[in-house]
Design a protein around this ligand. Structure first.
Ligand code: MTE
Ligand code: LUZ
Ligand code: MOS
Length: 750
């Protein structure tokens, strides 16, 4: 099925938050935020700003009736700073003005004085000073200490990855309008409508039932709106509560880049030991996560780093430890992969380190250590349904790894001013929220008396086409034309207590809840049909808008059956609930079975490095992916291409730059480079692996949202490989992004 949004998107008719018609009298919120990364506020003078014509009011922490608190996991983040600030961009006040322009002007007129305190931007420095967001965690398997003596080769080093700006095309925003009796409707560009509802209720000191949160769609989220869409929505709702006027808060791009958190930068230490056959015997890693100034989702992100610390390899003896380090940057947050990519980069660096030192191709080491069914992950889950060897063999059959290597070696022998490099990047990504209770969803289905259908789920459409998948599921369950089905907005009043649209699990969780609702309705309709036809329900089938009895057209259409059931007073509405079975996790022992299943894949990346300039091109990415049984191949291919390129961007060019005052220097698109049409790989080939799939995935169609991002890590190691070909003695730190400058320095390093 074609993506149901494609026509609206290309004709510009799709509705985003800022397209919602504004009501007369709407006030526009502009956020006055901290220009100091760490300090105490000595004085603030709002008087000049308040005198500006068109400024209605300025809200501060003093105006909050409930708790001045937006922390989702830990209560450590105020909505508005009171007497201290902890990062540049921290919200201090909300200016409510008759236009955005007036609001921006008023912001310039606010006078503030700080006493500056020590600013920390480096996670290792924070850890040394005891500045942790919460205590460290450790995953273990086997006995690492005793294993080093059994190793033939041991390599130690550090591996760092930078942050990443989400750069959703639609910036953060919300529009809140007063309803009667103090109730408020909040339209929000959020991945987590329930998070907005819960947090706003706490801040406004009202019940969740007083707030209706509605989401039509997002112009991208990528994790950046899982928790961090909340503050603006809460501010808008607070504005409504206080003024009884509609309030709109939509961030300007530069405010968005300055105020919101990003992918967590990590700095990590590794130690890896191999036997004489290059089997990994032992692995030790310490991760220093740069959490920023508050917890936000850092505990969960850090946990996923530990879960993916071994990527696709079986390691019998392992100890991995992670620190969440408190720094004076905006609180970092969810970003596609959610800490997993950061963990995988470190073990890939350790393997590349061994490869460079021993002159053995990295892919030979990788191949020998792939996880197979029955292997134990460090967190206790036993691997099953593993497709890594299958993926490897498929890549080899389709793209010929040895021939690729030979072609590259030939090129490199005859070319001196440019060198080619290659890498293989396997991925294994666990599907499920690592917090077990979050793995549940609901769906509400109405069959209207004319036979058309309305569906509401907790899934938020953000470009990943989850609505198309939901429509497919319902159309298939009822066997009716998709044009007869409407996907409603995501609304907390229709579907309550939702988990955020995240963890790649949205289609699985909401799709399975939807299937349950549809199946219950189908059962009821079948009973009605069976009664009329005088046959048993098991002989009734629905096919292409018609009712079949014993395989033959029964002379009744879907519409007629629905009408008949309605007249018989059959309930034509159903609510489905799904909770992922089998999963559990014990944080005390750090053991359990947290994931419903894993998604596997393998990417073969080739690059060419210009050895005079340090520039490079990604020539090709040829990959084999474990779709399970894809329910919508064009949607899933779009996710793979998008994720891959987002991953390449993170690994090669996207470089966040903060000065030592904690000020974001790369605060616009002229200073923060993202992949464009010229930097995408010249060739991208995506093949699927033959598999029977898993019933834990909806219609056996495995989750696809995040895993492909990690194929992009391959670009880093392919560049490393090319630089090494030019200068075998190159001193290369594992330090992503591998910008042209770093490549140039590496090429001529000694
Ligand atoms: N694709 C588009 N176009 N836009 C997005 O914001 N977010 C990604 C991924 N793909 C995103 C996207 C992230 S971070 C996740 S977790 C998944 O989509 C969420 O959707 P799913 O659970 O339906 O895969
Ligand atoms: N969000 C979350 C996530 O809250 N828990 C997770 O495990 C997760 N995983 C990936 C992306 N977002
Ligand atoms: Mo995605 S990082 O789970 O929103």
């Amino acid at each position: 099925m074609k993506n149901i949004d494609s026509e609206g998107h290309v004709t510009g008719k799709s509705i985003y938050l800022d397209d919602i018609p504004t009501i007369n009298g709407t006030l526009y919120g502009v956020i006055f935020n901290s220009s100091c990364a760490h300090g105490t506020i000595d004085s603030i003078d709002y008087s000049k700003a308040l005198k500006l014509v068109g400024v209605h009011r300025i809200l501060t922490y003093k105006d909050i009736p409930g708790e001045n608190q937006i922390g989702g996991i830990f209560p450590d983040e105020p909505l508005f700073a009171k007497s201290e600030v902890h990062f540049q961009g921290q919200p201090i006040a909300l200016i409510l003005a008759e236009s955005e322009e007036i609001g921006f002007h008023a912001r310039e007129l606010i006078e503030i004085a700080f006493t500056e305190r020590e600013i920390i931007v480096d996670p290792r420095e924070a850890q040394e000073k005891g500045e942790l967001i919460f205590p460290p965690r450790t995953f273990k398997l086997g006995n690492v200490e005793d294993s080093w003596s059994n190793c033939t080769h041991i390599f130690e080093g550090t591996a760092d990855t930078g942050g990443q700006e989400h750069l959703y095309i639609e910036t953060q925003g919300a529009y809140a309008v007063p309803l009667e009796n103090g109730n408020i409707k909040i339209s929000s560009s959020t991945q987590g409508p329930t998070a907005v509802q819960r947090t706003a209720a706490k801040v406004l000191q009202v019940g969740m039932h007083n707030l209706e949160v509605d989401v039509v769609r997002l112009g991208g989220g990528f994790g950046g709106k899982e928790d961090q869409a909340t503050p603006w929505a809460v501010m808008a709702a607070l504005g409504v509560q206080i003024t009884n006027k509609p309030v709109k808060v939509v961030l300007h791009r530069m405010d968005d880049m300055k105020m919101t958190g990003k992918r967590h930068p990590y700095s990590s230490d590794y130690k890896i030991g191999f036997d004489s056959d290059m089997k990994i015997i032992a692995y030790e890693a310490t991760f220093f996560q740069n959490a920023g100034a508050a917890a936000d989702l850092s505990p969960a992100v850090m946990e996923r780093t530990l879960f993916h610390a071994t990527n696709s390899y079986f390691v019998p003896n392992i100890i991995v430890k992670a620190y969440s380090c408190k720094t004076n940057l905006p609180p970092n947050t969810a970003f596609r992969g959610f800490g997993g990519p950061q963990g995988m980069f470190v073990i890939e660096s350790a393997i590349m380190h061994a490869s460079n030192k021993l002159g053995i191709p990295a892919y030979e080491i990788q191949r020998k250590n792939l996880i197979v069914d029955g292997n134990e992950f460090p967190y206790g889950q036993i691997a099953d349904g593993v497709e890594l060897t299958n993926c490897w063999n498929t890549v080899d059959t389709k793209f010929d790894i040895a021939a690729t290597q030979n072609r590259i070696t030939d090129y490199n022998t005859t070319n001196h001013a440019s060198k080619k490099g290659m890498s293989l990047m396997p991925i294994s990504f666990g599907i499920s929220f690592t917090k077990t209770p979050m793995n549940q969803a609901r769906a509400l289905v109405h069959i209207y008396s004319d036979g058309s259908v309305g569906i509401s789920t907790g899934a938020v459409e953000m470009g990943q086409s989850v609505n198309t998948k939901m429509l497919q599921i319902a159309a298939q369950a009822f066997s009716i034309d998709p044009s007869r089905i409407r996907l409603e907005s995501t609304n907390t009043t229709r579907v309550a207590n939702t988990s955020p649209t995240a963890a790649s699990a949205t289609a699985d969780l909401n799709g399975k809840a939807l299937q349950k609702a549809c199946n219950a309705l189908t059962d009821r309709l079948k009973e009605s049909a069976a009664k009329k036809l005088g046959v048993s329900t098991k002989h009734i089938e629905f096919k292409s808008n018609r009712i079949l009895s014993n395989g033959n057209d029964a002379g009744i259409s879907w519409n007629e059956l629905v009408d008949q059931a309605f007249l018989e007073r059959v309930c034509l509405t159903e609510n489905g609930h799904y909770a992922t079975p089998k999963i559990h996790y014990n944080k005390e022992t750090e053991k359990g079975h947290p994931f419903a299943y894993h998604v596997f894949g393998l990417a073969l990346t080739e690059v060419t490095v210009d050895c005079l300039r340090g520039t490079y091109d990604v020539d090709s990415v040829k990959l084999v992916h474990d779709f399970g049984k894809s329910m919508n191949l064009s949607v899933d291919l779009g996710q793979i291409e998008g994720g891959l390129i987002q991953g390449i961007g993170w690994m090669t060019m996207e470089e966040l730059s903060y000065n030592n005052q904690g000020r974001l220097l790369s605060n616009s698109l002229s200073t923060y480079k993202v992949p464009d049409i010229y930097s995408i790989p010249k060739e991208v080939i995506v093949e699927h692996v033959e598999t029977s799939g898993t019933d834990m995935a909806v219609l056996k169609s495995k989750a696809v949202g995040e895993p492909p991002l990690m194929y992009g890590i391959g670009a880093y190691f392919a560049i490393n490989n090319a630089v090494q070909a030019f200068n075998p003695k190159a001193k290369l730190a594992f330090d992503a992004p591998f910008t042209h400058e770093k490549v140039l320095m590496g090429l001529y390093s000694k």
